[in-house]
Design a protein around this ligand. Sequence first.
Ligand code: TRP
Length: 329
Amino acid sequence: MSKKIILSGIQATGKLTLGNYLGAIDNWVKMQEEYDCYYMIANLHSLTVRNNPETLRNNTLKILSMYIAAGLDPEKNTIFIQSQVKEHAELGWILDCYTYMGELSRMTQFKDKSKKHADNINAGLFTYPALMAADILLYKADLVPVGQDQMQHLEITRDIAERFNKLYGETFVIPEGYVRKSSAKIMGLQDPTSKMSKSATNLNDVVFLEDEPEVILKKFKKAVTDSDNKVKFDVENKPGVSNLMQIYSSITGKSMDEIENEFANSGYGEFKTKVAEAVVKKTEPIQKKYKELLANKEYLEKIYTKGAEKARKLASKTLEDVKERIGII
Ligand code: TRP
């Protein structure tokens, strides 16, 4: 039996956060043995907001370095840059023509981003989900590990694929969203009721994977908790403390009960320090490897070139099939 196919990606906008790591990349690492995995850096999606060209180029390589530093093995997985496999842009255009304005208008991410970038509501921002559908459908991915915020895009991908299959016969595999049970949703340290975001305006809200140990410690010390000084998991009434417990649990593998026992006699000060120390212990070796990789442009180029070649093999087959079915010479 052949392995199931997984595809996922992260945009090349901004620095990776502890949330990206614990919520996504760390899970990908756990899946690399069991599945045939394709992990990309979605740099074409990044164009939907304005970027400085040099920053975009650097961010693309930073994310690639972080993927590998965090444990994604380039031998076991296909790691590539979206723009290097031209089939994405081509199928993206084709799928634009099978996606309705009405369904795109309902996307919450489009609405949110339109508010945030009111001076640049471009057509790409609107058709973003059709390109994402192309990313996924080109590889006939069975599973797409994403956060809750991307589930709507996955639903539209399924709708587009089903619509196409109905018109032209079985072409695409209908992908399933995959929110792994153990995967953590990490919230902001200042606002623990919304997801930790790399575009947070309050820098104390977000821990970046490349933050220095002192910075990490400082951010955790400032984390918002409550006045009851008890380490107890209760998302509704104690979102701040529960988020810190979630982070600690993801890193140490300890259960919430175990954590409650461990800190039964400690105040928040001690608890926060322990969480920060666990984060530093986890991120330090990753950062060391990350810096080495980022300095080795030649190695990175080898990795992404090989990744793109491998990805193209599968992507070009699917695209040829699609073109044949719709009458594109
Ligand atoms: N839209 C995703 C995000 O913002 C990134 C992405 C692009 C993606 N293409 C994808 C995720 C394909 C999963 C599959 O996080």
